[in-house]
Write a protein that binds this ligand. Structure first.
Ligand code: DTB
Length: 313
């Protein structure tokens, strides 16, 4: 299977909008060749710093620019709080994050963090702490981006991705559909992702969860088949990347989720909550995977992703 990095946007848009049956067939052939066992990785998210974020991403309930800002802290166990306090005393919140990464890695799990922009030095320190992957999404097309975020440019996001890559950390980079974008924007996002060389090792595809108090609260839910199309096209473009069926699964019925798995999704977030919103419970996900007949990926070492830490295990 040839891995390309020279996809044109029109080529991608043609893939994306072709008859669904043809798109699925093509995606399945790529998926079956690249992942013959239909192994699905389970990743768990933990929000270790919730709310109060300076960025103004229109979809996000954690932005201090929106009334939805969830500034409150969940109740935590004593020891983790003390561990974080010690780390904060000894340095800064960034040091605390490094300590968490080290701790997750010591448990034999892979660790992924999402914490916004990074400097070269920060990327280097995260690499030294053993970070497996860094999640930093492009969210949407370069053209639609300005309607969603004003506090950071697309270019700044690309630069952070470059820093993460240079530090030797794998990339988790994807986007969100259902934010008022059109097919050309979806193709535009996928074109940027698919023309990164190497491709991001992990590509989360999210459907907007329209949270009250965010600027996007009134947007209608995305048609599940649009998510299936996005997953299938990502799979065709990036055969060897993990395509992660991310936010919005609670709004999908079992059959739509199985279509996403067929279309090439090979990772899901597992556990009752994502960062601030709900996720299908563990029992229903076990039933889902069993009904689909896919196997859970058993890795010797797995990742655990505002900053969010994800333990994949
Ligand atoms: C990603 O693309 N999706 C995950 C992960 N990266 C960190 C987060 C989804 C969050 C959904 C909204 C919430 O729960 O706050």
């Amino acid at each position: 299977m040839i891995t390309r990095h020279n996809w044109s946007r029109s080529e991608i848009q043609a893939l994306l909008v072709q008859p669904l049956v043809d798109l699925l067939w093509q995606a399945q052939q790529v998926h079956r060749a690249a992942n013959p066992g239909y192994h699905v990785q389970l990743a768990s998210l933990l929000s270790v710093k919730t709310g109060g974020c300076e960025e103004d991403c229109a979809y996000c309930p954690q932005s201090m620019h929106h009334s939805a800002d969830l500034g409150g802290r969940p109740e935590l166990e004593v020891e983790p709080v003390l561990a974080r306090a010690r780390a904060a005393r000894d340095g800064a919140p960034f040091e605390a994050m490094l300590a968490m990464v080290r701790g997750v890695r010591e448990l034999g799990l892979e660790a992924c963090v999402t914490a916004g922009m990074l400097s070269d030095h920060q990327a280097q320190r995260l690499a030294e702490a053993g970070l497996t992957a860094y999640n930093h999404n492009l969210d949407t097309s370069p053209e639609h981006y300005d309607r969603i975020i004003s506090t950071r440019t697309y270019q700044e996001r690309l630069e952070t991705l470059g820093r993460v890559r240079s530090a030797g950390i794998t990339l988790c980079c994807g986007g969100i559909i259902g934010m008022g974008e059109g097919p050309a924007d979806r193709a535009g996002l996928l074109a940027v992702l698919a023309n990164l060389d190497p491709h991001p090792e992990s590509v989360p595809i999210n459907a907007l969860v329209a949270v009250e108090g965010t600027p996007l609260e009134d947007l209608p839910p995305v048609d599940p088949l649009e998510l299936v199309r996005m997953v299938a096209t990502a799979r065709i473009l990036m055969p060897h990347s993990r395509v992660r069926l991310s936010a919005g699964r609670q709004q999908l019925n079992r059959e739509a989720q199985i279509l996403c798995l067929l279309a090439g999704a090979d990772s899901i977030f597992y556990g009752d909550t994502l960062l601030t919103t709900g996720n299908p419970d563990v029992a229903s996900d076990q039933a889902l995977l069993a009904a689909a007949g896919v196997r859970v990926l058993q890795e010797s070492s797995q990742p655990a992703c505002q900053p969010a830490a994800a333990a994949r295990g």
